[in-house]
Ligand binder design. Structure first.
Ligand code: SAM
Length: 204
């Protein structure tokens, strides 16, 4: 946690501001994360807001994120889950990023809505039970096809599998995009709330 974020946390959690943080307060906290977020290739602000709104639109209760990083996108989704009464499982194998994410979820007052796991997603994801309402793929683009094959049978009808960086890293996604574009089990669209691009595969 950086100095600005730490100060924010101390003020917000002091006696001045009792009770849960409002969405606006959480958004202000997210702002303190944004400069370092770019270093970690986290989602952009507009992309985070899109994910939160998607959680609400799906009335999602069970959400899986592969690639937590420092928890930036996770906080956006957890904001939506606070409203739907759901929970996010998010997986990160880098120890420092996992620790940083855990601190950020605490600072945003959202730990109740997040199950943050320090694990290798390749080993962890097969053991996660469905049904899942929303899956966000944001680890290594070359692994997306592997994760897609594992999570698709666990998805509820009408749920969505979202992958990040389809515009910013198309070369790494050729095979994945080909599969999700032609798989009759899903209907895929590309959306660009930010510059990096999401594929959104709606499960039939
Ligand atoms: C682009 S960052 C995720 C950004 C995050 N979703 C956000 O927007 O705030 C990708 C993360 O995936 C993690 N990662 C890559 N492969 C992984 C694996 N097999 N298991 C767990 N984490 C993995 C990396 O360590 C990295 O922190």
């Amino acid at each position: 946690m950086g100095l600005v974020a730490l100060l924010f946390f101390v003020v917000m959690r002091s006696g001045f501001c009792a009770g849960p943080m409002s969405d606006r307060e959480i958004e202000a906290y997210l702002e303190t994360m944004e400069a370092p977020s770019r270093r970690y290739n986290n989602v952009e602000r507009a992309e985070g807001a899109y994910l939160r709104d998607l959680v609400r639109r799906l009335r999602a209760k069970r959400v899986l994120e592969i690639g937590t990083s420092t928890g930036y996108s996770g906080i956006w989704m957890a904001m939506g889950l606070r409203q739907t009464g759901g929970r996010l499982i998010t997986i990160e194998y880098n120890r420092e990023r996992y620790a940083s994410a855990a601190a950020n979820f605490t600072a945003a007052g959202l730990t109740e809505f997040v199950d943050a796991r320090h694990a290798d997603a390749v080993q962890e994801v097969p053991g996660i039970e469905g049904p899942l309402d929303l899956v966000f793929l944001d680890a290594v683009p070359g692994d997306n096809l592997l994760y897609y094959g594992i999570v698709l049978p666990k998805m509820r009808r009408g749920g969505a599998i979202v992958a990040h960086n389809v515009r910013s890293h198309p070369a790494d996604m050729v095979q994945f995009l080909k599969v999700i574009g032609s798989d009759p089990a899903v209907k895929t669209e590309i959306v660009t709330p930010g510059r990096q691009g999401f594929s959104v595969s709606w499960v039939k």
